[in-house]
Ligand binder design. Structure first.
Ligand SMILES: Nc1nc2c(ncn2[C@@H]2O[C@H](COP(=O)(O)OP(=O)(O)OP(=O)(O)O)[C@@H](O)[C@H]2O)c(=O)[nH]1
Ligand SMILES: [Mg+2]
Length: 446
């Protein structure tokens, strides 16, 4: 995410080559303004940003450094409007979060993503199914929660969402849950009936947070509807969904400043792991093309079990890395979510992220074939890749419905990967891993 915006900033910065070059500054600012407006950032926010950067850069002396410093400072100010960041836990659990939004904006998906995010952080999470408007709504949530092993409170025969909400709150308290997330019904437009329903649930729960889920594809409309919801319901945070369709990404830039409500998370895909925390300092780094190692390390840190990682490294060192370990690694990668957004967090890689289509590990043909091959192996073969002779390879190919050439290619790839792994698990490899680990714990929200 942010690749489009990031490249706008980078190209502006690159235009400033010489000191005291008024013309270059003007050109850089004009270009920046145009591309931000094209990305659907609000004109007032853009105008103010450009004006401030121009004044400050001239004051400090035109040059790359001062220009960069001024953009950073002003971007941070814009993104920080509104207060709380990330996820804030109530002092007395459960933290109750009411999810609101228009029809199809992504409330239900985002509820599950947030539950998944919190679960990875070792929180006990309950979801309440309070959309009783749409027929299949409860079923949709049931399936998503089952897939991701998330507890759900629901009653398909109940017609009154406030009743379910109250029941869920009681269950959350009795069951010592850390967080209760309440999914609600959407409407095509903001109408009285919807507001009444939401206000009633709000009264019954006194939630700690009311998150408004806004569809970023709807551009400035998302900002307007967020403002209206805020007037009527006093929302405490905004989540921008569908940010993987990047064209109108400029909305993220101004939405906090325009609504005075902080942007808390951004949805970057349809799957449970595709949710990014929105921390202004980190986002500014990403916008400046400097990557975001903090979020990357935090994300990998929640998924990679350190003990297990050590054990794997030992195995790699001894050259004992086998097919089971390989599958396990693949499963962990899946939990990281949208690869495009992961790559964009690595410093200097944001332009590369732009070129990658949403790489889907789970559903790629390659992954499917690899899984089929490994499941056609015996337990012994999986643990001891060296056993695979020609007759065994033939059997595996048959079992997986693949040609022997394909099986040979995969085994070759695997052997190369194991060799590389052995090399990197030596001293040098450990050093780079250590550097990444050290990034953890620096200013992470709990
Ligand atoms: N690509 C992408 N799709 C998303 C994202 N968030 C939600 N969607 C998709 O958007 C569609 C609507 O999402 P829902 O979560 O059902 O929306 P909702 O607000 O609960 O809809 P209603 O309950 O009908 O009001 C689904 O097909 C989701 O998969 C996202 O961040 N990226
Ligand atoms: Mg829904």
């Amino acid at each position: 995410m942010f690749e489009t915006l990031s490249s706008s900033f980078k190209s502006a910065i690159n235009k400033i080559r010489f000191a005291d070059d008024d013309k270059a500054l003007k050109k850089a600012l004009d270009n920046l303004k145009k591309s931000l407006l094209k990305a659907d950032a609000h004109y007032k926010v853009v105008k103010e940003l450009i004006k401030n950067v121009e004044i400050e850069t001239k004051q400090e002396g035109i040059g790359k450094e001062n220009f960069l410093k001024s953009i950073r400072k002003n971007l941070l100010e814009i993104l920080q409007t509104g207060g709380n960041q990330g996820f804030v836990y109530a002092s007395h659990p459960p933290t109750v979060v009411l999810m609101a939004g228009l029809q199809g904006s992504g409330k239900t998906t985002t509820t599950v993503k947030l539950a998944y995010y919190l679960k990875l952080r070792k929180k006990k999470v309950l979801v309440a199914a309070c959309d009783l408007q749409r027929l299949a709504a409860v079923e949709q949530l049931k399936q998503l929660c089952e897939q991701n092993e998330i507890d759900l409170c629901f009653d398909e025969n109940e017609k009154n969402p406030t009743k379910i909400a109250k029941e869920a709150l009681k269950k959350a308290k009795d069951g010592l849950y850390d967080v209760l997330l309440v999914d609600t019904a959407g409407r095509l437009a903001i109408d009285e009936e919807l507001m009444k329903e939401l206000q009633e649930i709000k009264k019954a729960l006194t939630p700690n947070e009311i998150f408004y889920v806004a569809d970023s594809l709807s551009g400035q409309d998302a900002v307007r509807s967020a403002s209206t919801f805020n007037e009527l319901l006093s929302i405490t945070g905004i989540i921008l969904s569908k940010y993987d369709g990047d064209s109108k990404g400029g909305v993220a830039l101004g939405i906090s400043k325009q609504t005075k409500v902080p942007l808390r998370f951004v949805g970057t895909g349809e799957k449970a792991p595709d949710l990014e925390i929105f921390i202004p300092e980190r986002i500014v780094s990403r916008l400046m093309g400097e990557g975001d190692l903090a979020t990357l390390a935090e994300k990998t840190g929640t998924i990679i079990n350190e003990k297990r990682a050590k054990k794997l490294t030992q195995k790699m060192k001894k050259g004992e890395f086998n097919f089971n370990d390989f599958l396990e690694q693949m499963e962990s990668m899946k939990k990281l979510g949208n690869m495009k957004s992961i790559i964009g967090m690595i410093p200097g890689m944001s332009s590369m992220a732009n070129q990658i289509k949403n790489l889907d590990l789970e559903n790629s043909n390659e992954m499917k074939s690899i899984k089929a091959m490994i499941s056609s192996m015996t337990k012994k073969e999986r643990e001891h890749p060296a056993l695979l002779n020609n007759s065994r390879k033939r059997r595996i190919a048959k079992g997986a419905g693949l040609s022997q050439i394909e099986v040979n290619r995969f085994i070759k790839q695997f052997q190369n990967a194991a060799k590389m792994a052995k090399k990197f698990s030596g001293k040098k490899g450990m050093q780079s891993l250590q550097t990444l680990m050290n990034q953890r714990g620096k200013g992470f929200p709990k």
